[in-house]
Design a protein around this ligand. Structure first.
Ligand code: PGA
Length: 224
């Protein structure tokens, strides 16, 4: 069972996780990060930008991307550029999104000596990255079909639910679990129930985030 640290506000959630990222990058300028998208990490990215850290040696791997035109305003490539990459001194060559062949993407992570710090959010159905319920705990980077729940949840970012991509590429649960340290950020009481199920319930592929119970170095932060 993993203990969850409850924070008073979204600002505190963002600054607490920014402290962890800052400490990691300061301690090891060659840090490899796995990074999430979605609404939860927006405050974290704002906070990291404000801190003007030196990203010149940092390497990033995004957790997932929609299968869509990368130039689309809602692509995760656009999201990362707008919210973090354009506002830091990270080298464009150092930021990676899952790419084909997926074995080459996995090799890239492995050859860079693995992910030091992986920041995650959780979906309302218990997904982490786009590993939807039923994903194998051994899964690696691959194409996935998004669940109806995820499509509905993410429709708030699009003009219509029909515009939400139906497929994505995601790092696998096996890939994520090899990270040396994992931080799970959870924002909002609508996520409290699934968080509780994931952290205190059975470890089952029906609740992908429950695999985190088996990781030795996970921190969970929640705010209402
Ligand atoms: P959210 O998404 O931060 O937009 O709630 C989290 C997720 O689906 O992993």
């Amino acid at each position: 069972m993993k203990s969850t640290k409850i924070l008073k506000s979204y600002n505190e959630l963002s600054s607490t996780v920014a402290n962890i990222v800052e400490e990691q990058i300061t301690k090891n300028p060659l840090t490899k990060l796995a990074l999430p998208t979605g609404s939860t990490p927006l405050g974290l990215y704002d906070e990291l930008v404000k801190r003007k850290l030196d990203w010149s040696l940092v390497i990033t791997f995004n957790l997932d991307v929609y299968l869509m035109n990368v130039k689309h305003p809602q692509s995760y490539q656009t999201y990362m550029r707008k919210n973090l990459f354009e506002k830091t001194n990270i080298y464009p060559d150092h930021s990676h999104f899952p790419f084909r062949p997926f074995s080459a993407f996995e090799d890239k992570i492995e050859k860079s000596m693995g992910i030091d710090l992986c920041i995650l959010g959780i979906g309302s159905n218990g997904h982490i990255a786009f590993n939807e319920p039923g994903s194998s705990f051994d899964s690696r980077t691959r194409v996935v079909e998004l669940s109806e729940q995820t499509i509905e949840d993410n429709s708030r970012f699009f003009d219509s639910i029909d515009d939400v991509p139906k497929q994505a590429i995601t790092m696998g649960l096996g890939t994520i679990m090899e990270s040396k340290k994992i931080v799970l950020m959870v924002n909002g009481d609508h996520k409290l129930n699934i968080l509780n199920v994931a952290m205190n319930g059975e470890v089952t592929e029906d609740v992908p985030a429950s695999i985190l119970q088996n990781h030795e170095n996970v921190e969970v932060y929640y705010c209402e």
